[in-house]
Design a protein around this ligand. Structure first.
Ligand code: DWN
Length: 396
C-alpha cells in the first residue's frame, strides 16, 4: 500500500536518555491504510523488547486516569457475581485498574505486563502479575476459558499480531465472559490533527470496522460502547462477548456501531490521510513560528509533561534545547532524563514552579482540564500554556 503519510525517522517515544548528547536510534514512521478493512497502521515496527521491557509510562501519573479507572472498575464489578470471579488485565501497567477492582471487592486478579519495572510495582497478596507479553502460553498459565472478565486498555493499538491477540483473548474468556477494551478512536485523532500520537508503540490506529472483523473471526461480538472525549484525546470503551451470549438489550450498541461505521466511512478515506499530512505541516510551522517569536522577545519557554507524544512533537518540529529549557513531569522515573533526539532535560514539577516560566507547551494536552486546575496560581501570575492542537493556541 502507498504510504499515506510519513513523519520521517524519529526516536522511540519513551526512549528517554540518562545523559545528554547521546546518539539515539531512529526508526521510520510511515502510516498506511488498508484498502480492504480500512485499518490504519505503521508500515515499520521497532523491536517490542526495545519499547516495552522497561516502561516509563505509569497510568497513575495523572489523577484523570486514576479516577477514570476507578469508575471503570466500579461499573464492571456490578456485572460480576462473586469476589472470586477471575479478572485478567492485559497490559496492566502499574496496576491502577487491578487495584481499583480490589477496592471494589474482587480478589482473583491477574495482570499481564511485560515491563518488569511495572510488574514488580503491582504485586500484592490478591494481585498476581505475569511479567511477559500476552500470548498463547499466558492463556495456558492463567487457564483456558477461566476469566469472567478480560480487560485491555490502550493495548490493542500496540500489538503486532492483532489476530493472534484476539484469538488468545477468546481462548482465555469463560463462555459467559466479557472482553472490555479501551482505545483511542482514529476519528477523534483525525479531527484534532494530533499527529504526536503517531509513534512506534502505536502500530494500529483503530476504527471499529477492522476491529469488529478481527473480533468476529474469533467468535466475539461487540455488545457495549461508551465514548470518553477526555481520555487520551477521545477513546471508546468496547465490550465484547462470545456469540450466543449476547445480553438481551444489546441492540442499542448494535445501532451505535452502525452509526460509527457510517462516520468512519465518511471521515476515514484515502484523502483524509493526505489532508492530515498537510495539516501536520501547518501545525508544525505555526508552532515553530510562535516559539521563535516568543524566544526573540526573551520569553522563558518550557514544556509541561513529558509524555511519549512530546518526543514525537519535538523531534518532528525540530524544537530543541535552544528554544525549550526543560520539560517538567510528575513521573519520578522520568525526572533527570533527557528527551531523545532534542536533548531537553526532564525535571520535577517543583523545578517548574521555581523557574517561573512565561510559557509552557502543554505536551500532556489530553489532561488540559486537570492541568489548568492544578496550575491556577502560575496562571494568575501571568503564566500561559501553549496548547498544540487542533492548532497551536495560547491558554488562557
Ligand atoms: O498509549 C499509551 C498511552 C496510554 O500512555 C502509551 N503508548 C504511552 C502513554 O502515552 P503518553 O506518555 O502520551 O501518556 P500520557 O498519559 O498522556 O502522559 C502524560 C505525561 O504527563 C505523564 O508522563 C505524566 C505527565 N503529567 C504531568 O507531568 N503533570 C501529567 C499530568 C496530568 C500532570 O499534571
Amino acid at each position: 500500500m502507498p504510504a499515506a503519510l510519513s513523519l520521517g525517522s524519529l526516536p522511540l517515544a519513551n526512549a528517554l536518555q540518562d545523559t545528554s548528547h547521546t546518539d539515539v536510534n531512529t526508526y521510520l514512521l510511515t502510516v498506511h491504510r488498508c484498502m480492504v478493512c480500512g485499518l490504519v497502521q505503521l508500515a515499520h515496527s521497532a523491536p517490542p523488547s526495545e519499547m516495552f521491557s522497561k516502561y516509563l509510562y505509569a497510568t497513575s501519573a495523572s489523577k484523570t486516569m486514576i479516577d477514570h479507572f476507578d469508575k471503570y472498575a466500579e461499573s464492571l464489578v456490578k456485572s460480576l457475581s462473586h469476589s472470586q470471579d477471575k479478572i485478567v488485565d492485559i497490559g496492566s501497567n502499574d496496576g491502577t485498574l487491578l487495584k481499583a477492582f480490589h477496592k471494589y471487592g474482587m480478589r482473583n486478579l491477574i495482570g499481564v505486563e511485560p515491563a518488569t519495572n511495572l510488574a514488580e510495582a503491582t504485586q500484592n497478596r490478591d494481585i498476581k502479575v505475569i511479567s511477559r507479553f500476552f500470548d498463547g502460553d499466558s492463556v495456558e498459565l492463567i487457564g483456558r476459558e477461566s476469566a469472567k472478565l478480560v480487560t485491555a486498555n490502550n493495548v490493542v493499538s500496540h500489538v503486532p499480531d492483532l489476530d493472534g491477540f484476539i484469538g488468545h483473548v477468546a481462548k482465555l474468556l469463560a463462555a459467559d465472559g466479557t472482553f472490555v477494551f479501551e482505545m483511542p478512536w482514529i476519528v477523534d485523532w483525525l479531527r484534532r490533527g494530533s499527529f504526536d500520537i503517531i509513534y512506534h508503540e502505536h502500530l494500529s490506529y483503530f476504527g471499529f470496522r477492522p476491529l469488529s472483523i478481527a473480533l468476529a473471526r474469533h467468535g466475539l461480538t461487540i455488545t457495549g460502547l461508551t465514548h470518553f472525549s477526555d481520555i487520551h484525546g477521545g477513546s471508546w470503551r468496547g465490550m465484547a462477548v462470545k456469540v450466543g451470549h449476547e445480553p438481551g438489550l444489546w441492540s442499542g450498541s448494535y445501532n451505535k456501531l452502525e452509526e460509527i461505521f457510517d462516520i468512519e466511512f465518511r471521515e476515514l478515506n484515502k484523502q483524509s490521510l493526505v489532508d492530515f499530512e498537510e495539516r501536520m505541516h501547518k501545525i508544525r510551522d505555526a508552532l515553530v513560528s510562535m516559539l521563535i517569536e516568543l524566544k526573540s522577545k526573551g520569553k522563558i519557554i518550557v514544556g509541561y509533561g513529558a509524555p511519549a507524544k512530546a518526543t514525537i512533537l519535538l523531534n518532528y518540529c525540530r524544537i530543541d534545547n535552544s528554544i525549550i529549557d526543560f520539560l517538567s513531569d510528575s513521573t519520578p522515573v522520568k525526572q533527570g532524563k533527557y528527551v531523545p533526539g532534542v536533548d531537553i532535560p526532564i525535571v520535577s514539577p517543583e523545578k517548574f514552579h521555581e523557574a517561573k516560566p512565561d510559557y509552557a507547551i502543554m505536551f500532556a494536552w489530553n489532561y488540559e482540564r486537570e492541568i489548568l486546575e492544578k496550575e491556577q496560581s502560575w496562571i494568575s501570575n501571568g503564566g500561559k500554556f501553549i496548547v498544540p492542537f487542533p492548532e497551536p493556541h495560547i491558554v488562557p
